[in-house]
Design a protein around this ligand. Structure first.
Ligand code: FAD
Length: 356
């Protein structure tokens, strides 16, 4: 099969909340575009989330622009209902999503950006909207002795069900929302649990409010503007003390320990020599932005992040990152999609200037 190189105005990479939102505004802009998605079916990262994640356990799932989510049954799996909603959405707005297409590189090809896929096909675009999320880049920290541990190790991204841990002592690493939720679930079946986090967790009694959300977004915005990595959501919002959390606190499940010093074949050891036998370790240690395919553009700053101005990469005006940093939430992703398309329309309407 001959490899195809297609010219188009805009390539969107990723068909999650952020990519679909961008696609919706592109559809209305009259620009020619294509959405490339590495998954084989609709749903973005949501389709991969663990079966026990029901809608009543997610913070707040925001509508995509132009079509209400209106799922009533909060006991259904978030993975299923969100995937169904995204599929409906792609059909309703006739969004040109190609899948599975994994983008492996974006290169500067003079006047155009060249988007290359694992299959060999490529797209020469006047602008690129990157919406690849974080799910494909689970972050595993390294601790001494990790490779000698003979029990099971898994990351949040691999987690399926608490029942798999029946009768086991499980260590959960990480102080984010997922860590807390999974710890509470697993404690129902495990013979025992241990929770370790780097910093003491801070639970807040206040309800998540728009003001809190805005402040969190502003903090992350300041970081990416300075070229720093975005950081985790909980590092800026803190953890919510839900009724479920309160109950777990009362039962002692959330008695957190500081990080251990090293692992042994059968457990972990703290700096003072205390040892805990564990059968399984769940690394609920978060995700990083999936941006490896942008490496040929050399946008990483010494601080480790990509310097941003709104959704635009400061050093590459043809590239927008949506669902990144301050827009890494379902509501932020929507706004970012609109903002990115607005800027790209202006950029592409300007007389085409020869690349320097
Ligand atoms: P994704 O949904 O991850 O979509 C990225 C897409 O890009 C995927 O389809 C993937 O296949 C594709 N892709 C990746 N790499 C490539 C590549 N190289 N080439 C081609 N395609 C690629 N946010 C909220 O606002 N409310 C919540 O309640 C909430 N709950 C959450 C619960 C969990 C467990 C987690 C992990 C996150 C949660 N979030 C929540 C954050 C949430 O992930 C974001 O809000 C949002 O859904 C992310 O959308 P996205 O489009 O940026 O990324």
């Amino acid at each position: 099969v001959p490899l195809v190189r297609t010219e188009t105005d805009v390539v969107v990479i990723g068909a999650g909340q952020a990519g679909l939102s961008a696609a919706y505004f592109l559809r209305r802009s009259g620009l020619e575009f294509v959405v490339l998605d590495r998954d084989s079916s609709p749903g973005g990262a949501w389709q991969h989330r663990w079966p026990s994640l029901r809608l009543d356990k997610v913070h707040k799932f925001h509508d995509l622009p132009g079509m209400a989510f209106d799922e009533q049954d909060e006991h259904r799996k978030a993975s299923e209902v969100v995937a169904e909603y995204f599929a409906r959405y792609e059909r309703a707005f006739e969004l040109p999503v190609r899948r599975p297409v994994e983008v492996v590189a974006v290169r500067d090809a003079g006047e155009r950006l060249l988007v290359e896929s694992a299959g060999g096909d490529s797209w020469a675009a006047r602008a690129v909207i990157n919406a690849t999320g974080t799910w494909t880049r689970p972050f595993w920290p390294h601790y001494p002795g990790q490779e000698t541990f003979t029990g099971r190790q898994l990351h949040t991204a691999d987690y399926r069900s608490a029942e798999e841990f029946r009768g086991h002592h499980v260590l959960v690493v990480g102080g984010g929302t997922s860590g807390v939720q999974l710890l509470i679930e697993i404690a129902e079946f495990a013979s025992g649990t241990t929770w370790v986090t780097r910093r003491p967790p801070v639970f807040k009694d206040v309800e998540f409010s728009p003001e809190l959300g805005r402040e969190a977004v502003a903090q992350v915005e300041r970081r990416v503007r300075a070229g720093l990595p975005p950081g985790s959501v909980v590092s800026v919002t803190g953890l919510m003390r839900t009724p479920q959390v309160r109950e777990a606190e009362a039962r002692g499940i959330l008695d957190r320990k500081p990080m251990f010093d090293h692992l042994t074949p059968t457990g972990v050891v703290w700096p003072d020599g205390t040892e805990q036998h564990v059968d399984a370790i769940l690394w609920a240690t978060g995700f990083r932005a999936a941006l490896d395919h942008l490496a040929p553009l050399h946008l990483r700053e010494s601080g480790g992040g990509i310097r941003m101005e709104g959704t635009r990469a400061a050093a590459e005006p043809r590239l927008h990152l949506v669902g990144y940093g301050p827009s890494a939430s379902t509501i932020g992703a929507n706004r970012a999609g609109r903002a990115a398309v607005h800027e790209i329309r202006r950029l592409l309407a300007a007389p085409e200037v020869a690349a320097a």
